[in-house]
Design a protein around this ligand. Structure first.
Ligand code: XMP
Length: 519
C-alpha cells in the first residue's frame, strides 16, 4: 500500500508541534504530502519521488549536541526545499551561513515586510506587509553563499531568505498556522510556483486511486472488516465495497452499548442502501451478562475488548477462507507509531487496532485504505462516497461505548436512560448548528440520585451530565461554550422526556486536568 499518488511533497519532522499542520495545509492545496521523522533514510524518502521537501520547525538549537540534523543527501538532491523556522536555520547552518541565539525570543504576532516581491515565494501575494506568527530564539545572522534576503521583521532581518537557482527558501515565521493569515498562500506558492505542482489531489482522485490499489492488493481474495458505526470504519468499508463488492464482508457487533438507533442506522446504510455483505451480530445480552456488577472502568474496558475479539473471531471463522483484515487506521496513528519508534528508524510501523483490539493471531494480511488520511480528509472521502451525514460527521465514540458513560453498574435500563438523554442532546446540537462546532459531545449517567420536585411530588432520581468539548487532537480539549439557551432547552427536554431523570448538569472542565470521557 505504499504506492504514493503522483506529485508528493515530503515534510521532514524536526519536532515542532506544528509539523502535522504543515502536511495538512499542503494537502488542503490539493497536493499530496507525507510527513516523516527527520532521520528517515534518504532512499526511503526518494522512493516516493518527492517534488520538494519541507523542513519543519523544532525546539532544538542547531549548535546543541543533540540537535537533529538534515542529511547532506537531501540538501544535494537537487530538489526544492522550504525550511520553516528551525528548518531554515538548519540548512543555513549546513550551507555555511551563521545562526546565533537572538537577544530576545520572538514569540507571537509580528509584522513582516517583503523586500523581494518578485521572488516566486511571494510574487502571487497581494500584499508586501503581512502579519506573521513567530516562535523562535535563534536566528540566522549571516546568509550562506548564493542566498538573498526576501523579507524582514523588526527582530529578524532575515525573516525570509531564498536561493532561486537552487530553489531553496527559508522562513523564520510559521506559514502553517492560522495566525499567519497569508501563510497558506505562501505554501501554495512553494508547492505550485517553486515545486511546479499541478494539484488535483482531491477526495475523488483519492477514491479512484485507492480502488485501483485495493483491487491490485486483494486480487481474488476475501476481506473481512469490523464495522463499528464510526466514521473511520464506515468510510474504509464503503471504499472497499466500491472496490471489491462482495469480496468484502463487514461484521457488525451490536454490543448493546451503542447510541440510540445506531445499530439500525448501520444496517440501513450498509445492507439496505449499499447492498454490502453484512453480518450483524446481536450480542447485547452476552455483553450485559459479562458486565453485570462491574463498576471499575478499566475492568469494563478489558471485558468489552475481550468479548469483542471472541465474537469477531467466531463470526470470521464461519465465513470460511478469509485473506485480509481491513482496518480504518488513520495517518495520525501512523505518524505517532513512526515517532514512537524513532530510536529505530527501520522499525516497522505498528498496526493500530481501533476497533477495541482485534485478534493478533488471525494470520490475515492487513489492508488499511485510509492510512494516509487525516480525519477531515476521511470525512471528505465519506461524503464523496455518498455516506449519510450522520455517519460522516459523527463524533468519535469510544470502543467501550456507553459502558464508560454509564458510571457505576451497567444495566439495560440505565443504558436506555442514558441513550434517551444522549439522543436529545445530539438532536438539539444538530438542530442548532452546534454539532459541527464541537468535536465530541455526549451525555453521561451519574451514579448518584438527587432530590427534585416535579408537579406536587418529591422525586429522588438520576442525574445526567452533559459533556461537549472542542479539540484538534483529543490530547487536550476545551469545554465548549454552548449557548445558555441551548443548554436550557436540552435540560428541560431531558427532565421532561426521559423517565427517571430529574437533574441535568453541564461539565465545564477542560482536558487537562479532566479527560474527555468521565471514566
Ligand atoms: P479521554 O477520555 O482519554 O479521551 O480524554 C480521548 C479520546 O479517546 C476516546 N476514548 C476511547 N476510545 N477506547 C476507544 O476506542 C477507549 O477505551 C477510549 N477511552 C477514551 C474518547 O472518546 C476521546 O475521543
Amino acid at each position: 500500500m505504499s504506492t504514493a499518488p503522483r506529485e508528493t511533497i515530503i515534510v521532514l519532522d524536526f519536532g515542532s508541534q506544528y509539523s502535522q499542520l504543515i502536511a495538512r495545509r499542503i494537502r488542503e492545496l490539493e497536493v499530496y504530502c507525507e510527513m516523516f521523522p527527520y532521520h528517515t533514510p534518504f532512499e526511503r524518502l526518494e522512493r516516493l519521488n518527492p517534488v520538494g521537501y519541507i523542513l519543519s520547525g523544532g525546539p532544538a538549537s542547531v549548535y546543541a549536541d543533540s540537535a537533529p540534523h538534515v542529511s547532506e543527501q537531501i540538501l544535494n538532491a537537487g530538489k526544492p526545499i522550504l525550511g520553516i523556522c528551525y528548518g531554515m536555520q538548519l540548512f543555513a547552518y549546513h550551507l555555511g551561513g551563521k545562526v546565533e541565539p537572538g537577544a530576545k525570543r520572538e514569540y507571537g504576532q509580528t509584522s513582516l515586510t517583503i523586500t523581494k516581491k518578485a521572488s516566486p515565494l511571494f510574487a502571487p501575494l497581494s500584499a508586501t506587509e503581512l502579519s506573521v506568527w513567530m516562535s523562535h530564539g535563534d536566528k540566522v545572522t549571516a546568509l550562506p553563499d548564493g542566498f538573498e534576503p526576501l523579507a524582514a521583521s523588526p527582530n529578524a532581518p532575515y525573516a525570509a531568505i531564498g536561493n532561486a537557482e537552487r530553489k531553496f527558501y527559508g522562513l523564520q515565521f510559521h506559514p502553517e498556522v492560522t495566525h499567519t493569515p497569508l501563510g497558506k498562500e505562501i505554501l501554495r506558492a512553494f508547492a505550485y510556483q517553486v515545486c511546479g505542482c499541478s494539484g488535483g489531489w482531491t477526495a475523488q482522485n483519492f477514491i479512484e486511486e485507492s480502488i485501483e490499489r485495493i483491487r491490485e492488493q486483494v486480487g481474488s481474495g476475501q476481506v473481512v472488516c469490523a464495522l463499528s458505526g464510526g466514521v473511520d470504519s464506515s468510510v474504509a468499508a464503503a471504499l472497499l465495497h466500491r472496490a471489491i463488492g462482495d469480496q468484502l464482508t463487514c461484521i457488525f457487533v451490536n454490543n448493546g452499548l451503542l447510541r440510540k438507533n445506531e445499530p439500525a442506522q448501520v444496517e440501513q446504510t450498509f445492507r439496505a442502501e449499499m447492498h454490502a455483505k453484512l453480518v450483524a451480530v446481536d450480542a447485547e445480552q452476552t455483553f450485559l451478562d459479562a458486565l453485570a456488577d462491574v463498576t471499575d472502568p478499566e475492568q469494563k474496558r478489558k471485558i468489552i475488548g475481550e468479548k469483542f475479539v471472541r465474537i469477531f473471531e467466531a463470526e470470521a471463522e464461519k465465513l470460511g477462507k478469509v485473506d485480509f483484515l481491513a482496518q480504518g487506521t488513520l495517518y495520525p496513528d501512523v505518524i505517532e507509531s513512526a515517532n514512537r519508534d524513532s530510536n529505530d528508524p527501520a522499525a516497522k510501523i505498528k498496526t493500530h487496532h481501533n476497533v477495541g483490539g482485534l485478534p493478533e493471531d488471525m494470520a490475515l494480511q492487513l489492508i488499511e485504505p485510509l492510512r494516509y488520511l487525516f480525519k477531515d480528509e476521511v470525512r471528505k472521502v465519506g461524503e464523496a462516497l455518498g455516506l449519510p451525514p450522520h455517519i460522516v460527521w459523527r463524533h468519535p465514540f469510544p470502543g467501550p461505548g456507553l459502558a464508560v458513560r454509564t458510571l457505576g453498574a451497567i444495566t439495560k435500563s440505565r443504558l436506555d436512560t442514558l441513550r434517551e438523554a444522549d439522543a436529545i442532546f445530539i438532536e438539539e446540537l444538530w438542530n442548532s448548528g452546534w454539532y459541527h462546532k464541537t468535536s465530541q459531545t455526549f451525555a453521561v449517567l451519574l451514579p448518584v440520585q438527587s432530590v427534585g420536585v416535579m408537579g406536587d411530588g418529591r422525586t429522588y432520581s438520576n442525574v445526567i451530565a452533559l459533556r461537549a468539548v472542542t479539540t484538534d487532537d483529543f490530547m487536550t480539549a476545551n469545554w465548549a461554550h454552548l449557548p445558555v439557551e441551548l443548554l436550557s432547552r436540552v435540560s428541560s427536554r431531558i427532565v421532561n422526556e426521559v423517565a427517571g431523570v430529574n437533574r441535568v448538569v453541564y461539565d465545564i472542565t477542560s482536558k487537562p486536568p479532566a479527560t474527555i470521557e468521565w471514566e
